[in-house]
Design a protein around this ligand. Structure first.
Ligand code: ME8
Length: 571
């Protein structure tokens, strides 16, 4: 074992999150409204879930499923279809196809894509409704209040502001989103949400990581301390036709949020086959936290099911500091980003720069800076330098020499032995501890921190390579040759670790890197990842092996787009 002489890397989180070993796990993204095309916020949610899912798979943590899909019912979709001069089914077919295409192109490894218009989902929702009714959780009441169609929910006065509409007439809008609300009064089925305050409180107290990161957990607790009125869970069919009818009462349509939340059960075969997959872990944006951390667990408890195992919450992407919105015309299209920055480049940017606890800002120059410096220059450059024919003419994974890099129990003992310096031992210790740190950060839903640690180690490896100037060593001198081989061996070992750890985030680039190193697909699991076994006197299966074919630059530097060049000139 290498000893860490000094702690240089950020401390991994104390507590583990969603991905305990050896059991089944359903991970989900929100299902996205099919009223408009995907944007980078949707993609970010899906990438977070995808990276967690891939990471689990590589750890051999047990069978996993990743569900995503589209939310197709409700007034919002009904109105969007009317505005577009089309029918709701036609609009949903088209927009759902765009989401599927965007996620597929981005390499999101979903195992299920659910559409709420599918018969399997409609059956599940109707059975869920039946279970709510049979459990006595529903009653019919008259409900009135301010309804926000964009958010598909009633809002209390405290969440409203006075504004003027386009014609200058006074109107009320949602404080949070700025969308107009309308007074609505109808006969609805109501869900006894108020009766679930204590069970919800108990659930959260007993599961302090049920909602993560912690600021969002605290927010949910605060909501529970406030008023928790019963929830209207149906709409009159005369106003809302595009939805699932209430079983036995065709005058009412099931509320779109109840319909949508049940998707997490319909993907695992509710009401017959969900048992072994429930409860699941949901990745959601902060905008829909209340639906997932208050309404959904209460609905589940009401039908005798367990609340979600965990709700992993992330904040929002802004663009040049502004909220993304259709009216501002600043919605960022994921297809064009993937075209411009490559799929892996954009995946890396979003996951490296996205911090779940706080809103993050997107702009072109930032993507170029992060991706060019960390993927093209640092990682790509390291591979390029350490595999160059001038430095490694045999194109093999060279041997490690214990006499050049002898094992020590403390980096301060290095004097006089071998060629490695105290700094080299520190660097080795950092890379040795990297797999565990990365695992801990993935578990703690801090993927950005895992990437920060990897990047730090890539920099240290470049420093190691640079420090010893292997290109200056005389290959004809046997001593020098041993040291040269050792430097390259250590560098390739580091690259193997980085490539393996980066698979969940940049799968194509990691594959290219590992293939170049000659690492076979069955040698890429995280569960069996050992760094530099030769340092501990154990055999290294790669030593002496031929490297894989050189397929060119690992990651091409991104160029400033023409549009941005023009913009910069104007400034
Ligand atoms: O709310 N930054 O769907 P939706 C980051 N259908 N993520 C963002 C984002 C941004 N600027 N904007 C949106 C719905 N998202 C419902 C969900 S689930 C049972 C039903 C992401 O199309 C984020 O995950 O409005 C947010 O929660 C989700 O997209 C909302 O997508």
């Amino acid at each position: 074992m290498l000893r860490l002489p000094r702690r240089r890397l950020p401390r991994p989180p104390r507590r583990a999150a969603c991905t305990g070993p050896g059991r089944r796990l359903l991970l989900s993204t929100p299902i996205f409204y099919a009223n408009g095309p995907p944007h980078i916020g949707h993609l970010y949610s899906a990438l977070l879930a995808d990276a967690l899912h891939r990471h689990r798979g590589l750890r051999g943590a047990g069978p996993g499923r990743l569900s995503t899909g589209t939310d197709e019912h409700g007034l919002k979709i009904q109105q969007a279809a009317a505005a577009a001069g089309t029918s709701p089914p036609e609009l949903c077919e088209r927009v759902s196809g765009l989401f599927r295409q965007a996620l597929t192109q981005a390499g999101v490894s979903f195992t299920d894509f659910v559409r709420t218009s599918q018969p399997r989902h409609q059956r599940a929702v109707q059975r869920f409704w039946g279970a709510l009714r049979d459990g006595g959780a529903l009653y019919k009441g008259s409900y009135e209040g301010w309804y926000c169609t964009a958010e598909e929910c009633f809002l209390p006065e405290s969440q409203l502001a006075e504004r003027r509409d386009a014609q200058g007439r006074p109107c009320k809008v949602s404080l949070e989103t700025g969308h107009q609300v309308h007074w609505t009064k109808e006969e609805n089925y109501m869900f006894r949400l108020s009766a679930f305050r204590d069970p919800l409180w108990k659930w959260l107290q007993e599961n302090p990581h049920a909602v993560s990161p912690d600021p969002f957990y605290q927010r949910v607790l605060r909501w529970l301390e406030e008023d928790l009125p019963d929830l209207s869970v149906s709409r009159e069919s005369s106003r809302l036709q595009w939805g699932i009818p209430v079983p036995g009462d065709p005058t009412q349509t099931i509320y779109v949020w109840v319909d949508a939340l049940v998707n997490y059960l319909s993907v695992v075969g509710y009401p017959t086959a969900h048992g072994e997959w429930w409860p699941g872990v949901h990745v959601v944006g902060k905008d829909i936290l209340k639906f997932h951390a208050v309404y959904w667990p209460a609905l589940l408890m009401a039908v005798g099911l367990r609340p979600p195992e965990q709700i992993l919450v992330h904040s929002h992407w802004t663009v040049h500091g502004q909220k993304m919105s259709k009216s501002l015309g600043n919605v960022v299209d994921p297809f064009s980003c993937m075209g411009q920055y490559t799929v892996d480049g954009f995946r890396y940017f979003l996951l490296r720069q996205g911090v779940p606890e706080r809103d993050c800002d997107y702009y072109h120059e930032k993507v170029l800076k992060v991706v060019n410096s960390e993927l093209a220059d640092a990682l790509g450059g390291l591979l390029n330098r350490s595999t160059a024919l001038s430095i490694n003419p045999s194109n093999t994974y060279p041997c490690f020499s214990e006499s050049c890099f002898p094992k020590v129990s403390d980096s301060r003992e290095t004097k006089g032995t071998g060629r490695a310096s105290a700094e080299d031992y520190e660097f080795l210790a950092s890379v040795a501890s990297l797999p565990l740190q990365v695992a801990a950060y993935f578990e703690g839903f801090q993927i950005y921190k895992a990437l920060e640690c990897i990047t730090l180690c890539v920099r240290q490896t470049n420093g190691f390579f640079q420090r010893h100037r292997p290109w200056k060593l005389d290959r004809k001198d046997p001593e020098e040759q041993l040291w040269l081989d050792t430097i390259i061996h250590v560098t390739l070992e580091c690259l193997r670790i980085f490539g393996t750890l980066l698979q969940p985030v940049i799968p194509h680039t990691a594959d290219k890197l590992l293939s170049r190193l000659g690492v076979e697909p069955q040698e890429r699991a995280l569960s069996s990842l050992t760094f530099l076994p030769r340092y501990s006197g154990k055999p290294c299966p790669f030593e002496g092996r031929q490297l894989g074919p050189d397929t060119g630059i690992l990651f091409h530097r991104l160029e400033k787009s023409r549009e941005h060049q023009r913009e910069t000139k104007k400034l």
